[in-house]
Each structure stands twice: as structure tokens, then as C-alpha cells.
Design a binder for this molecule. Sequence first.
Ligand code: PMP
Length: 440
Amino acid sequence: RHEADSRFGPLLRNLDSFYLKGAFMRAKECFDRPLCSRPGAWIDIIEREAEANNQSFKLTAGRRRCLNMGSYNYLGFADNSPVCTEQVMQALNRYGVAQCSPSTELGTTDLHRQLEAEISDLLGKDDCVVFGQGFATNSTALPAMTGPGSLVVSDSLNHASIVTGARLSGAEIRVFRHNDPDHLDGILRDAVVNGNRATGEPYTKVLVLVEGVYSMEGEICDLPSIVAVKNKYKALLFVDEAHSIGALGKSGGGVVDYYGMDSSSADILMGTFTKAFGSVGGYVCADRDTCAYVREHSLATRHSTALPTPCVQQILSVLSIIRHTEQGRDRITALHDNAVYFRTRLQEMGFKVYGHKDSPVVPVLVYHPAKMKAVSNMLMDRNIAVVVVGFPAVPIVSSRIRFCISAAHTREDLDYLLGHFSEIGDCLRLKYNKHQGLIA
Ligand code: PMP
């Protein structure tokens, strides 16, 4: 990766804007939203055909059943659990569709309370605050937890919702190199020794922000080293577990569970219910005082409608399965085995694969932005739906496909994909190990 960036980055940055514009236009076409059905291991996508001008598409009556490699349906609960669906229908009948009130007003039901208690119990914390949306959790809980006079030290690849929350808080922000505890150590040492750069005053609070699994890189946070550094400087640690809660750790307890660490090692655990739980919403889980303050002072809990109760029920049903049944444990194991198998086979074929071996997100480099559309179209022609990611979300020569593995994928599904992807990789010269030096 570094080799690719250093060899081609300067070259591409210096190319004339006409060429770059062309590459981006081609890349942008990949992001035209297809119309999709319910997300499962397979997904129906309404077919489109190019209009006469070749610039836009129109929908046809055709439906294409595609292997779904792009949804965050890690445990397969988005479509594949009759128990959850039945319980959700019961909640729908009993509570209706929406709360029509924030959680701090009349939006909290007994199920919301139960969910907060279950998450606190799963993560070994005092309390939990449930939000109506994951993005709103970060963007409004962080400003409740920090503010002017505080320092936020954020991983360089943190999600946009974390960046938004940090900026809205008014705290000073410093960024440390992705998943690099030594760089974090240097920043925290400077902060402790010199205090606020402008005033020289000591910071009232220092909060380190990381993610459990980084969704563009497929990397797992180096939690043991980061915890050691934050403890050394008495900073607080906030971990976004959007992609790790339910998906990582023997009992689905996320990154703390994965490393077998004590529940007190991270101070604040945030997560979303939009991935492994196949639902909506987010949470902040921490000590009693922090949760009480966040519940009262975050803009979303005060001024935005609470999480719909049928969605709360879906999360409770999934939690009950993963915590108390063999089926749940089997799904966690299946996700892990699928991810390891898929990643290993890709590497054996010669693809450049990013991330940690245990991560359910498997990014594969296609390098040049112009290859993004080609690769996604060629896969779609073979009934495989993927998400491609390009600049500015990732560096310009590190365009990639982000495969999201699910417990719902069978070995046949993955072999079907691997067979086709290998052919496409040869055709588009994506196999780094085979075509070293020829990657552009
Ligand atoms: N945090 C991270 C790390 C994410 O990847 C996302 C979205 N994928 C969010 C927060 C926002 O979550 P939601 O989609 O549930 O709003």
C-alpha cells in the first residue's frame, strides 16, 4: 500500500485536472444508487439500462438476484430469523411504528429500558443510553462529553460521525496516525506537559477516540496498546464499536471481548445496531454519571424522536439469541470462519487485501479509480453486488472493493464469488503479487 501510494501518488496528483475529472466521473457512476430489496446473503436489485444519451439510466422491469457482498449484515439477522420477525411483529402491534417523542420526553418504553439494561450487562458497564440513530449518537454524545478546554485525540481514520461530534464539541482536536499507539503516546505526552497550546492551561479532560473495527481498512483497533497509553497519561478512551459489537469476540461482546480484556479498560463504549443486529439506532455505554449527563444533554436524546419500538425489539431478540443460544454462538463462529476463509483465499490468489485476519470487513485493492466501475460492473454481470470505495474516502491510488462478510453466506456463495473474482482479477490486472510493478 505504501509502495503504491509513494510510487503513484505524486504522479496522479500532478496529472492535469481534465484527466482526474474523467477518472472521478467514471468512479462516480459506480455510486449511482441501485434499487435493492431486503438485505440478505442474496439481494434483489432492479435492473437498469442506459438511456440514449448514455449518461443516465432508467429502471426496467427486470430483477437480478445478486450475491450480497456489501451490506453490514454480519450475523445474517437482517433477513434470516423467523423468531426475530415474529417478536418484531408483536412489538409493532403493541407499540405502533414510531415513538413521536424524544427519549427524554414520552419516547421511552419498557423495551427501551430493557435494551439499555441488556447492553450494560453485555458490556459490563453501569449504564447505557440508547439513541435513534448511530450517526446521531457520535455527533451529539461527543459534544455532551467534551467541550472547550478539553482535548480530543482522534485516530486519523475515524468515521465521519466521530469527526462531526468532535468538531461540534468545541474541544481542541489533535489527530494521531491510524492505529499507532506510539504516535498517540507522543501527542498525549505533549498535551500533559504543555497543556493547551494557546493558553498553556492544563486540559480539563483528554478523550481518545478510536473504532473497534475500521470499516474502510478492515483493521481491528490495537486496544491493548492504546489502553496502556491512555492509562499512562490518565486520558479517557471512547471506542466506536459500530462494526465490532455482535461481530467480534467469542460472545459477540465487541473488541474488549475479542482481546479478553477487562470491561473497565475502555471508559466509554459506543456502538450501532445497524450492522450485526439488523436494526437501527446507537448507544453509549459507560459509568452512571457519564450516561446520566449524556442522556440529559445530548441534542439527539432531547430533540430527536426515540428509536422505534419494533426496532428495539429486533435488537432485544438478536441479543437474546447471541447471548443465550447455540444458534447465536454458531452465527458468530460462522462469520469468523467465513471471513478467515475468504481473506485467505484472496491472498492466495494474489490480491492485495487490507486489514486484520479476524475482521468481517475485507477490503481488496483495485488501485486506480478508473477500475472501480469496471470491477463493479463485471461483478454485477455475474450477479455479485459489491460496494466500491474511492477518493476522497480513501487515498487516490488505493481505490478498493469493500467486501462485507456475513454468517449468512455459505461456503458455496463464497466459492462462487472467488471463482469469478479471480477471473476478473486476471482480466483487470488486480493481482498485486502476480503483476507487481504493473498495478496502474
Ligand atoms: N460509526 C461508524 C464507525 C460507522 O461506520 C457508522 C456507519 N456505518 C456510524 C457510526 C453511523 O451509524 P448509523 O449508520 O447506524 O447511523
